[in-house]
Design a binder for this molecule. Structure first.
Ligand code: DX5
Ligand code: ZN
Length: 236
């Protein structure tokens, strides 16, 4: 039996949506758990997307909660301003934060869930003691910056170690993966312990984004629950 109350969530990334019709694009994913909003500043990553004014309008018109992924420098300064917009969750990169514990507390104090992201080559071990400060840990499964890249299997052991650490500490932390999530890779990520899945091309690249969401969620939930159940089976 699984004892984990964590559910499987599909957060489509609007990076793969039509930027000229964002309100209509949000309506196509109204069955999603949240919409993943990729904010890039051309400093932390070599790409530029959108910022506070656009995210503020998305927050007003979106049928689903906003999950902001800030791929920006000087996260300590900017992330709280995103929380002030009333977003459901705000995720900053640890590589861009001077004081990640202080920042996570500030996000929670402003009413957002606190997420922290790690690039693929950033180890999770230095941050294990601060996991209780977070609502979500984002383990990037591609180098941040662009949609449509191939899933990095090298990140799988890190997902497994992060989930083992949260289970060992009795914390129900959401573990999000972002980049290269498909019908196939979602199974491997979920088996390793991820339960929140960002998908750009695998949702918006399909004729029916809503059907793609349902299918991904079914695959992810099955693999996540199956593996948690196996882990929690008492050993005789
Ligand atoms: C990449 C972004 C991702 C991206 C995922 O830096 O953080 O959210 O949109 O796109 P896919 O699912 O196409 O890899
Ligand atoms: Zn993202």
């Amino acid at each position: 039996m699984s004892t984990s109350p964590l559910t499987c969530c599909i957060n489509p990334s609007i990076l793969s949506a039509d930027f000229a019709n964002l309100e209509a694009e949000l309506a196509r994913i109204s069955n999603a758990d949240a919409v993943h909003v990729d904010v890039m500043d051309n400093h932390f990553v070599p790409n530029l997307t959108l910022g506070l004014p656009v995210v503020a309008r998305l927050q007003q018109v979106s049928p689903v909660p906003l999950d902001a992924h800030l791929m920006i420098a000087d996260a300590d300064r900017w992330a709280p301003l995103y929380a002030d917009l009333g977003l459901a969750s705000v995720t900053f990169h640890v590589e861009a934060a001077m004081a990640p514990i202080k920042l996570a507390r500030e996000l929670r104090a402003r009413g957002s869930k606190a997420g922290m992201a790690l690039r693929p080559a950033t180890p999770v071990e230095p941050y294990l003691d601060m996991l209780p400060e977070l609502d979500m840990l984002l383990l990037m499964t591609v180098e941040p910056g662009f949609g449509g890249q191939a899933f990095l299997d090298v990140v799988i052991p890190k997902i497994r170690r992060a989930r083992a650490a949260t289970e060992g500490a009795g914390i129900d932390l959401a573990i999000q993966v972002d980049g290269g999530i498909t019908e196939e890779t979602i199974t491997r990520a979920a088996e390793a312990g991820a339960n929140v899945f960002v998908a750009g091309s695998a949702v918006y690249g399909k004729p029916s984004p809503a059907e793609a969401i349902e299918s991904l969620r079914a695959n992810g939930q099955l693999a996540f629950t199956r593996d948690r159940a196996a882990d929690n089976t008492p050993q005789d």
